[in-house]
Design a protein around this ligand. Structure first.
Ligand code: VGL
Ligand code: ZN
Length: 204
């Protein structure tokens, strides 16, 4: 049987409804993410982990507001509220999420480039080590869940396909931001078009 891994994407306080970058319904992913872990011998988590002066924060660019797009070192960058600052409570995994035995990969640590995917930064300039880790473990299939469907979940799943993993999105274990109406539906369509299989937790 193909070896499988579960990837928990950014299930952190700042992405919960009462956090700095709220994802509606974010807490709902926690019990589902815990439940599906039982079926996996290998579980990894990504953690958004920004320095306080990160270039993705509107507060670090005079005269800008969250939601605005700027050029950051040659890439279009959506500006966000300050979130997931290294060592802050907002960057911690949500209470109640099972992280026992879960290997963590941090991302978004470089000042002038964001990292939505758990595998690479947004310019594919640097790897986080997650891809190499999974390959070394002989993983062939990855299952992705967490937040936000329309950002970090999506780009993690797209990179997983590109790296050659058979990739599954656990739809009911994800929630999105929907900065613009329909963004989540569009993200799911984009993932499906790239070859991601969309499944539900009861079928995992
Ligand atoms: C995320 C925006 C900025 C995410 C992270 O986890 O989806 N979105 N940083
Ligand atoms: Zn971030």
């Amino acid at each position: 049987m193909a070896k499988r891994a579960l990837i928990l994407v950014d299930i952190q306080n700042d992405f919960m409804p009462d956090g700095a970058l709220p994802v509606p319904g974010g807490y709902d992913v926690v019990p589902v993410a815990n439940k599906v872990q039982n079926g996996f011998e290998l579980v990894v988590a990504t953690q958004d982990w920004h320095p306080a002066d990160h270039g993705s924060f509107a507060a670090n660019h005079d005269g800008t507001e969250p939601g605005q797009v700027i050029d950051l070192d040659g890439l279009d960058q959506i500006l966000w509220p300050i979130h997931c600052v290294q060592e802050s409570d907002g960057a911690k995994f949500v209470d109640g999420l099972n992280t026992e035995g879960v290997r963590v990969f941090q991302k978004g640590t470089a000042l002038n480039i964001d990292s939505y995917s758990g595998f690479f930064d947004n310019g594919h300039r640097q790897a986080t080590g997650l891809g190499e880790f999974l390959k070394n473990q002989d993983v062939e299939q990855v299952y992705v869940c967490g937040v936000a469907t329309d950002y970090c979940v999506k780009f993690t799943a797209l990179d997983a396909v590109e790296l050659g993993f058979e990739t599954f999105l656990i739809e009911d274990a994800c929630r999105g931001v929907n900065l613009n109406e329909g963004d989540v539906d569009q993200a799911i369509e984009d993932m499906q078009n790239a070859g991601v299989h969309v499944v539900r937790s009861e079928n995992v």
